[in-house]
Design a protein around this ligand. Structure first.
Ligand code: NAD
Length: 399
């Protein structure tokens, strides 16, 4: 029975899925430091973590039983992905389990900004009855400009159209426009067109500071601005100026270049105290539904990897989407991507009289992954011959 060690208070769905699949599951609430982790990983095939546990090259070197790491979160910076791949340890994360949560908060922000809800709310709590239509708008008929038309941007596009908004988008990659959304050729074109500008670009380093004084000046007077992507993408001092001058009518910001480490820590920002500026503590993707979806998604990936060899959506191994074949014996062979590996595998199998039923190969940079299905039991000599080759990284037999 494979053993799974789940740290950092993962959603109970994760435990349930792995236990149902026959895993022996051990859970611990907090993160472990390097020494504790090395000790805890003896005899463990599956490690489940969030962002606080660091899986270093040293940890991986000291954990020969480990086959897969599930990062029950979006980011994987806490794991040495290269060292993991080198040891044949697959890493999975949950790249879009909280997409819907981010989209819903964006919709809430867009309506709240366009109706100046937080301004009215603050005044009411201060005992001021300011009944007026000035500066309040319907979102119906207004134009939403989405910068970054990926998982979040596209889903927001669909929901915004359902609210009666016109959608334009700008993306540096070629993207299929959904519904009636229109692609803009340049960022400036989008900024000159949109009543609501929302950023959903990814965190590549080239995006640092991509949105500043020049871009705010290009926005239509009275337009509102949202950033729920990454903090370092926007110059918030420039946003402050644009809001104070009245050129930008409001903003919703969920992400900051420097964020407090722990819950309850003080929060500093030049955006504090500005009118019609909604600030949230990086909670765009934080809902109970998203947590459950993350638990389910990653646990399923981990389970499938061990059962079928599937590496679909693994962040560090060549990707192969594989189904279970109950009638076949499977050899999952991770190796260095050097010429002739496929020929060697097939020659070795032929030498031992093994007939190949199906075979798939994927490569990723320096790595190759060949999955071969055969109808007869695999001779240990085949395993020895392949696993002993210099290019071999990990060989698993799955029946
Ligand atoms: P994604 O990778 O699916 O989409 C990003 C898109 O941005 C891609 O289509 C890419 O081509 C495009 N892009 C990158 N740089 C660009 C640029 N300079 N100009 C125009 N387009 C550009 O990512 P996603 O899953 O949609 O997530 C989007 C962002 O939201 C990420 O930065 C992610 O970290 C962030 N996020 C935030 C929260 C939160 O809690 N606030 C939660 C989840 C994701």
């Amino acid at each position: 029975m494979p053993t799974a060690l789940l740290l950092e208070n993962l959603h109970p769905q994760a435990r349930q899925i792995l236990e149902t699949a026959g895993f022996d599951v051990v859970t611990r609430t907090g993160a472990l430091d390097e020494g504790e982790l090395i000790e805890a990983l003896a005899g463990v095939q599956v490690l489940g973590i969030r962002s606080k546990t660091h899986v270093s090259a040293e940890v991986l070197a000291a954990a020969p039983d480990l086959e897969v790491v599930g990062a029950f979160c979006i980011g994987t910076n806490q794991i040495d992905l290269h060292a993991a791949a080198d040891r044949g340890v697959a890493v999975f994360n949950a790249p879009f389990s909280n997409t819907r949560s981010v989209v819903e908060i964006a919709i809430a922000d867009i309506i709240a900004l366009t109706r100046r809800l937080t301004v009215l709310d603050t005044e009411m709590h201060a005992g001021v009855w300011n009944k007026s239509a000035t500066g309040a708008h319907e979102v119906r008929g207004r134009t939403l400009g989405i910068i970054g038309y990926g998982n979040i941007g596209t889903q927001l596009s669909v929901l915004a159209e359902n609210l009666g908004m016109s959608v334009v988008f700008y993306d540096t990659a070629e993207k299929l426009a959904l519904g009636n959304a229109r692609r803009m050729d340049t960022l400036d074109e989008l900024l000159e067109t949109a009543d609501v500008v929302t950023l959903h670009v990814d965190g590549r380093s080239g995006n640092a500071g991509m949105f500043g004084a020049k871009q705010f000046a290009r926005m239509r007077p009275g337009a509102v601005f949202l950033n729920l992507s990454r903090g370092f993408v926007v110059d918030y001092a420039a946003l402050r100026e644009a809001v104070l001058s009245g050129h930008v009518a409001g903003a919703a910001v969920d992400v900051f270049p420097v964020e407090p480490k722990r819950k309850g820590d003080p929060f500093e920002s030049e955006l504090r105290g500005l009118p019609n500026v909604i600030l949230t503590p990086h909670t765009g993707g934080s809902t109970e539904e998203a947590q459950e979806a993350i638990g389910r998604f990653v646990a399923n990936k981990v389970r499938d990897h061990l059962a079928t060899g599937s590496t679909n959506l693994s962040v560090n191994l060549p990707n192969l989407a594989l189904d279970q074949r109950p009638d076949a014996h499977r050899i999952a062979y991770l190796h260095r991507n050097v010429p002739g590996v496929l020929a060697t595998i097939n020659a070795t199998l032929a030498e031992h009289g093994v007939n190949i039923e199906g075979q798939l190969l994927a490569t990723r940079g320096e790595l190759g992954y060949v999955v071969t299905d055969v109808s007869t039991l695999i001779d240990p000599a085949v395993v020895q011959a392949l696993a002993g080759r210099p290019e071999s990284l990990r060989l698993r037999l799955l029946s």
